[in-house]
Design a protein around this ligand. Structure first.
Ligand SMILES: [Fe+2]
Length: 198
């Protein structure tokens, strides 16, 4: 299928078919990345509204929009990171694929180097820093490579599509404080387009 016409419905259908096969992690990422790449290379695949900052609330230059939530756990979200946007290191507890549609983003990856035995405590070690650009995808691998910090170091918004194997609002995830080594539990809140519908 041509990139020009590959849209969200095509992506959802391809991902659902792939997940129904019960793929290995490698196959999931290989094929899923190919599908996601087609989606993010088509500038018209996502409604324009979902590529813009929300414009109000505590983070007016940020936006997070739920594009799809399936009964099989498949979740697709568009995130807009404003200039200077930052999120501290956090985990995901499910597989993920993140593709950049517009501009670029700095993603810093970490691994835990403590023994996981002290409640509320974690020591992280930085493993790499990647600059992700349009058409590029980074992968979140549960338990082994899924802790990251995100920064938009540019002076304009960055648009990304996030794809996860679970509904993040149902997962108890963790934020990590690099200075104090304190771990804080958190859950994803509502997306901006869900709030708008209330
Ligand atoms: Fe994340």
């Amino acid at each position: 299928m041509s990139n020009l016409y590959y849209g969200l419905d095509d992506f959802v259908s391809d991902m659902n078919n792939l997940l129904a096969l019960g793929p290995t992690q490698q196959s999931l990422f290989d094929r899923g990345s190919r599908y996601l790449k087609q989606l993010i290379l088509n500038p018209n695949s996502i409604e324009e509204t979902f590529k813009l900052p929300y414009g109000k609330g505590p983070r007016p230059f940020h936006g997070s929009y739920l594009l799809h939530r399936g009964t099989n756990g498949l979740s697709i979200i568009s995130i807009v990171w404003g200039p200077g946007d930052h999120i501290d290191p956090h985990d995901h507890l499910t597989w993920g694929m993140i593709g950049v549609m517009e501009n670029c983003l700095t993603e810093t990856r970490f691994k835990r180097i403590d023994n996981h035995k002290r409640n509320g405590f974690a020591m992280l070690e930085k493993t790499r820093v990647d600059k992700t650009r349009p058409g590029e995808i980074s992968l979140l691998v549960p338990l082994s490579d899924e802790i990251h910090q995100i920064d938009n170091e540019t002076d304009r918004p960055t648009v990304e599509i996030h794809v996860y194997g679970e509904d993040l609002s149902k997962l108890n995830r963790h934020k990590f404080d690099l200075k104090t080594n304190v771990v804080t539990d958190f859950k994803s809140g509502k997306y901006d387009n869900e709030l708008r519908c209330r």
